[in-house]
Ligand binder design. Structure first.
Ligand SMILES: C[S@@+](CC[C@H](N)C(=O)[O-])C[C@H]1O[C@@H](n2cnc3c(N)ncnc32)[C@H](O)[C@@H]1O
Length: 186
């Protein structure tokens, strides 16, 4: 773990995942699964068409399938081989930067899940990415071992709730249709 942490710090996230993405596994997968399963149970988000953003080796995709989701699309520029191996499906190789430039414009999902990854986005780029995500789905679930990412008021999403389970935070955001006005849950 120490060697991995040092390589991560030395290379930075993009280069680290470019080099190691094919063999990526989340060492906290058991806690992540427990936290996300409880969040889905508590909030009952619509799992009809889910976007698993920065999908790694399919940690979220596999759980959501088990919870009954009929369609999960994985997106990740670096972990395609690991995702394909575990889920049997291809990940779309798009980066946060490409999505922030409109690469998914026109697509619609019932829910976006981003696990252990949104804190990797540079703060200066986060509002634009969040704007584009808000065009794609009414709800966003962020799974994170940190307090980050901090989503400021006015960044197109409003916090609906937070759970802290096994040191993993799950936050549910609803798209803000106008400042101070939020779309309700189903
Ligand atoms: C800690 S892993 C989390 C993976 C998985 N969601 C999970 O919960 O285990 C971070 C993920 O972010 C992806 N990533 C890194 N830089 C990225 C970028 N610029 N755009 C999109 N994804 C990126 C990596 O490929 C990696 O899969």
């Amino acid at each position: 773990m120490e060697a991995i942490r040092k390589a991560y710090e030395r290379l930075g996230p993009d280069e680290f995942y470019r080099q190691h993405g094919a063999t990526y596994r989340n060492p906290h997968e058991a806690s992540l699964r427990q936290a996300l399963a409880q969040a889905v149970h508590a909030w009952q988000p619509d799992l009809a068409q889910v976007l698993d953003l920065a999908c790694g080796s399919g940690e979220v995709t596999l759980l959501l399938r088990e919870l009954g989701s009929p369609a999960v699309t994985g997106i990740d520029p670096y972990t395609g081989a690991a995702y394909q191996e575990r889920t049997g499906q291809a990940a779309r190789p798009l980066s946060f930067e490409q999505i922030a430039a409109g690469a998914l414009a026109g697509e619609q999902y019932s829910l976006i899940v981003c696990s252990f990854a949104l804190h990797l986005v540079a703060l200066s780029r986060l509002p634009l990415l969040l704007y584009h995500l808000a065009q794609l789905a009414p709800h966003l679930l962020i799974v994170t071992p940190h307090k980050r990412p901090h989503i400021a008021p006015g960044w197109h999403w409003a916090l609906h709730g937070e759970l802290l389970i096994e040191r993993v935070r799950v936050r549910l955001y609803a798209r803000a249709t106008s400042p101070g006005e939020f779309q309700g849950l189903v």
